[in-house]
Design a protein around this ligand. Sequence first.
Ligand code: PLP
Length: 417
Amino acid sequence: MNAVIDLDWVRRQFPAFSQPINDGHSFFENAGGSFACHQTIDALNRYYTETKVQPYAGFNSSKRAGEDMDRSRARWAEALGVASPEIVFGPSTSMNTFVLADAFGQILGPDDEIIVTNQDHEANTGAVRRMASRLGLTVREWCMDPETGLLDIDEFEALITPQTRLVTVPHASNIVGQENDVARITKLAHAVDARVIVDGVSFAPHTIPDVAALDADVYLFSLYKTYSVHQGLMVVRNGLLDELPNQAHFFSAGSPDKRLNPAGPDHAQVAACGAVLDYVRDFHCAHGGATTDSLRTACAQASALWRAHEDALSIQLLNELSRSQAVQVIGPASLDAATGHRCPTIAFTTITQEPSVVAQKLVEQGVQTSSGHYYAVRVLNGIGIDPERGVVRLSFVHYTSQGDIDRALTALAQVLG
Ligand SMILES: Cc1ncc(COP(=O)(O)O)c(C=O)c1O
């Protein structure tokens, strides 16, 4: 494999970079939703052009529509290291967690306990908390350190009891940028037979996870933030899919792909969502990987290159923000000493200027960003920031260039003084 990313090749795969509307701008709102690669756009276009019919009937276009949907499922299973029936597509991660919480509510009893965090996006905590409150379950909150925003795994261990049945955690926070040790969390939870739901939405765009190795019972992420279509992908493992009651039509109980998606599948998006893995495979081959390598290998090796590229850019932004008296970085202000890594979702508070004013001034300098609470209201409350005032967030991914970072550094210097 090549040692570094061929960024010209990468950016050629994303049509957004050649659109006049984006000329002179650098995109730093990737945690809100990434650009789509051409492989995704082509697949969606092909579905709507050639096979926009009810799938799984005997005529050609319908057969192919169904085959493309099945292929997406099979390919994502291979990429994530799990079995095809464990892949569930739904309208979004928020909808998937909503359905999941209701399903858990049907199997949990009054003596059961749940552990949630205050580092989660609301999607991975709100529905479960509501379900627990309806049933009168004990909810234990694993709280971030109010100074650093970090979760300490020793505190998690202290919250686990023999009654713990369910744990919800973020793999990476969409504000703090901390990556949590999911493998260790699941091991601790599984020791008392608790199930673990992991929100990988802010993690997967940077590293396509080996879900089997993490051993999470449920792993969720949003494909529209991962260069693909607006769907939520949820992996449900370790027999949990059969254990949770069917949430779809009664006659769908025997269909693993339908049990937890009462909305019904968006055929075109399901069919198109595997195409981002063509991008990953193309990336792998364009960087010296073998065409015969498995999709899991291609994902792992591509992700390693993505991470190294992102870390080299992150440190520059973190250094600039740390130097400034006008802002305070939330979460780690440097790369982790042991791993040399930090998730490139970098949020900061502004001391004198309003975050919305800073964000708008950055936009005027060509830095496409925003401000707000990003649905992480509990996170901001937990570290003493008024969610109404919010934070500014600069989030980027592997297609971000040194030129983008230079633009952001210049703009930050001008705006923050
Ligand atoms: C970390 C995180 N989790 C969950 C979600 C919810 O995802 P969706 O928009 O697919 O419901 C988001 C969306 O921004 C997010 O950033």
